[in-house]
Write a protein that binds this ligand. Structure first.
Ligand code: KIV
Ligand code: NA
Length: 264
């Protein structure tokens, strides 16, 4: 199979099909994700929780991210490789450019930043220099202390309206993908229909172009089990590889997420 690019993801969107994204942090799992047909691998800063045992993603460093991107890069042959910019690694223009460059040199093909319209200038800076940007909106775990908990975002009509407008501004600034975490399914559908770029959802209902989960959540081995998570290993009769394949097939077939994994 050929290596997935942004063009592939845009074509999937244009065709009205869906793509699967999953986190990985090492070479072995990257290979398993390739075998299952996962289109996008995210080296997420969720590694701070599932690998490092922290309570949140704030302690994750650029050195941690570069190391895990390098590990995943060696095991990956087909998936488009996206990497998180960790907490406070994109607080100034210089840091944003240097840290995004470090992730790209490590093997990332796209970087992900958490925020809203305030990221428009960073998005433009990166995009103009050839670095594709995914903006992560809705529940943004790096802002957990400001948000005050892992809460659904955009339920308030004014907040929802703002989210749509901010998403449009980020697309205008050059974002190539938008990721929505923990937003009501109807709002995620509206943003997906409004934008011309692919939208990836997690806890955002079934109508986004792509879906993402944390690998350890899908395998049922994380300490925290949010509502939007499904343990695919519990139903697998072919172990871990089967669980990853079941997730991928369910996303592409539109059977995951179900209503029970979504928010109103
Ligand atoms: O770090 C991560 O794994 C993420 C996904 C949950 C979207 O950002
Ligand atoms: Na993340």
């Amino acid at each position: 199979q050929k290596h997935i690019t942004l063009s592939t993801l845009n074509r999937i969107r244009a065709d009205g099909r869906k793509f699967a994204c999953l986190t990985a942090y090492d070479a072995c799992f990257a290979g398993l994700l390739n075998d299952a047909g996962v289109e996008v691998i995210l080296v997420g800063d969720s590694l701070g929780m599932v690998l490092q045992g922290h309570d949140n993603t704030l302690p994750v460093t650029m050195a941690d991210m570069v190391y895990h991107v390098q590990c995943v890069k060696r095991g990956n042959s087909t998936a488009f490789l996206m990497a998180d910019m960790p907490f406070m690694s994109y607080s100034s223009e210089t840091e944003t450019l240097e840290n995004a460059a470090a992730l790209m040199r490590a093997g990332a093909e796209m970087v992900k930043l958490e925020g809203g319209a305030w990221l428009a200038s960073s998005t433009q800076l990166l995009a103009e220099r050839g670095i594709p940007v995914c903006v992560h909106m809705g529940l943004t775990p790096q802002s957990i202390n400001r948000i005050g908990g892992y809460l659904v975002q955009g339920r308030d009509p004014i907040q929802a309206e703002n989210m749509v407008n901010e998403a449009l501004q980020l697309q205008e600034a050059g974002a190539s993908i938008l990721l929505l975490e923990c937003v009501p399914a109807a709002l995620a559908r509206r943003i997906t229909e409004t934008l011309d770029i692919p939208v990836i959802g997690i806890g955002a209902g079934a109508d986004t172009t792509g879906q993402v989960l944390v690998l350890h959540d899908l395998l049922g081995i994380s300490p925290i089990r949010p509502k939007f998570v499904k343990n695919f290993l519990a139903e697998s009769d072919s172990g871990i590889a089967g669980a990853i394949k079941a997730y991928t097939d369910a996303v592409k077939g539109g059977t995951f997420p179900a209503a029970e994994h979504s928010f109103d």
